[in-house]
Design a protein around this ligand. Structure first.
Ligand code: B12
Ligand code: SF4
Length: 497
């Protein structure tokens, strides 16, 4: 019997090199069940004027790098022609697209360009799960996957292959002749028994990731799904809520550490892995005894450099010591705002500045480099409040400092807040946290925010006596730009060499 064929489409931020777990996981689940999968990945097409990483270089967030050293170049062919040709060659039975809000427009354009093929399209991903009423209006999409896709996609493929009824498949919204069948959610996936990720759908060079000027074969390993915290700007609480409303109260799950070790060893048997990225919102939320066991086995059986992120609440001397013994090469923390009141009340991140500083001092003590994420442009945020964020960054010693613009995603509680308070137009679509603020009626103008964003790392690192000079580099004038260029060169020499 002819194998059922699925073509995945990954509309991505241009040249953003990390791999999405969702599609990689779904490919594993489909292939284990005899279904063929191919992927159309837009990452290397010139879909934007400037790449996300190039913008980050300009904003002094990352060290300049040359992707061509790892064989990565922009494709010169036409993205839409290439997609069409792939469909003609591969003849898929089903097309599956994954969507986050930033990539919805590109996703729609791609689907529109292939609508004449008359191949059914299923869409999934966090944007679809949190905004089904909007996505369902897209004519090119036939089925929506709400929540986890492993079981639903498999059932869809089987039923389509066997020409069975698809209207009642759990987790799917199915457009029927005169109605939309909105099915309930099925139980959550057991992460300890789910199939391994299938990285083979990606070109090998897509698995390469630049880090501090070098390029690594970096594989992602999912350690937990979801997050127990409540941050008002993030999709994680909204996803948890979506499941809770359907009677499933344990959306946030961790894998057993034994499974994580087995999984990494499996990937190491297939690839020359030289870096691991642990996909966990708060890697250190392992109970201490389990983490000790995990650390012992990781050190003995794997000992690859790795990158992880965690919340400051989970930092203890003991756990960070274990991380350093395991060879942790980099950690990432969200500071988001250094203004305690804004962070506690608006963002629902309930820790003190002292907790942040103390936790990061422990990380520094064990010489683990760390990156911090900051966000500016929140509702009610004044210039002084931005300087509270700068101030907390000055008390720690991060390897790199990111400053993103607040972009409220649909489906999150801060998105609703912004609409209700006239801070965001209902139809405004978020596109990237480096392209200016999508908000209105903020205490700071869009221009002021952009100026603060580009000078943010300078304020965080240079002596306070130079603040006047940095302030002049906030201006988007000939003089301001010249000053910014000069200060940027000095910054790169000092911190990126
Ligand atoms: C890891 C991660 C990344 C990774 C992988 C991205 C990805 N697309 O998976 C990297 C680092 C590349 C990344 C990049 C970006 N990310 Co990100 N990321 C996450 C994070 C922390 C976890 C996602 C994850 O791996 N979940 C586990 C997997 C298994 O779940 P999943 O991806 O949702 O997939 C399941 C289902 O959704 C479904 N599904 C997914 N796709 C499909 C497709 C089909 C056909 C079907 C049937 C089902 C299906 O089945 C999957 C398996 O169950 C989330 C936060 C969160 N908790 O969700 C943010 C998050 C997804 N990221 C976000 C953003 C904004 C971005 C960027 C735009 C950042 C930037 N400025 O560049 C880019 C966009 C890149 C892109 N094209 O997706 C936002 C999206 C907001 C929104 N509402 O749209 C989130 C939700 C964080 C937030 N701010 O709330 N991110
Ligand atoms: S800790 Fe991170 S993943 Fe969890 S809710 Fe907050 S921002 Fe989202």
């Amino acid at each position: 019997m002819k194998r059922f064929k699925v073509l995945f489409i990954y509309p991505n931020t241009m040249m953003a090199t990390l791999i999405p777990l969702g599609l990689t996981q779904l490919a594993g689940a489909l292939k284990e069940n005899g279904i063929d999968v191919q992927l159309f990945d837009t990452t290397f097409y010139k879909t934007e004027e400037q790449s996300f990483e190039e913008k980050r270089v300009e904003l002094l967030q990352i060290k300049p790098f040359d992707m061509s050293k790892s064989g990565v170049r922009y494709k010169e062919t036409d993205i839409y022609e290439d997609l069409k040709n792939l469909i003609i060659d591969y003849e898929p039975d089903l097309i599956g697209i994954t969507l986050v809000e930033d990539t919805v427009d590109l996703g729609h354009k791609l689907l529109n360009s292939i609508k004449d093929f008359d191949i059914p399209v299923v869409a999934g991903g966090v944007h679809v799960t949190l905004n089904p009423e909007e996505v369902v209006n897209c004519n090119e999409i036939d089925y929506l996957c709400i929540g986890e896709g492993e079981g639903a996609l498999l059932d869809l493929c089987h039923n389509l292959a066997e020409k069975k009824d698809i209207r009642g498949i759990k987790n799917l919204w199915v457009k029927c002749e005169d109605e939309i069948c909105k099915n309930d959610l099925r139980p959550l996936v057991d992460l300890d028994s789910s199939p391994y990720l299938d990285f083979s759908i990606w070109q090998e060079k897509r698995l390469m990731r630049p880090m501090y000027g070098k390029s690594y074969m970096m594989l992602h390993v999912e350690v937990e799904r979801g997050c127990p915290f409540q941050c008002a700007y993030c999709a994680a609480p909204a996803l948890r809520e979506r499941y809770r409303n359907n009677g499933y109260n344990h959306y946030y799950r961790r894998k057993r550490y034994q499974r994580v070790i087995e999984e990494i060893k499996h990937y190491m048997s297939l690839y020359e892995v030289d870096y691991i990225y642990f996909n966990a919102e708060s890697f250190l939320s392992f109970p201490l005894d389990a983490f000790e066991e995990f650390a012992k086995r990781y050190k003995k059986e794997i000992y690859l450099p790795f990158w992880c992120q965690t919340r400051v609440e989970n930092i203890t001397d003991k756990k960070v010591k274990l991380l350093s013994e395991m060879g942790c090469a980099c950690m990432q923390f969200g500071i988001e705002s250094g203004n305690e009141s804004l962070r506690n009340k608006l963002l629902q991140r309930k820790h003190t500045n002292k907790m942040i500083v103390d936790a990061l001092k422990i990380v520094e003590k064990y010489a683990i480099p760390f990156t911090v994420n900051n966000i500016i442009g929140f509702p009610k945020e004044t210039r002084d409040m931005v300087f509270d964020t700068i101030d907390i960054n000055r008390q720690i010693n991060p390897r790199t400092i990111n400053c993103f613009m607040f972009t409220p995603y649909r489906g999150t509680s801060l998105h609703s807040y912004c609409i209700e308070n006239g801070l965001l137009l209902k139809e405004a679509r978020t596109s990237q946290s480096l392209d200016g603020s999508p908000m209105q009626n903020l205490p700071l103008t869009k221009e002021e925010l952009k100026g603060l964003q580009r000078t943010f790392p300078l304020y965080c690192r240079f002596p306070k006596e130079r603040f006047k000079e940095i302030e002049s580099a906030e201006e988007f004038t000939v003089e301001g730009d010249t000053n910014f260029k000069r200060l940027s060169e000095e910054y790169r020499n000092l911190y990126f060499n």
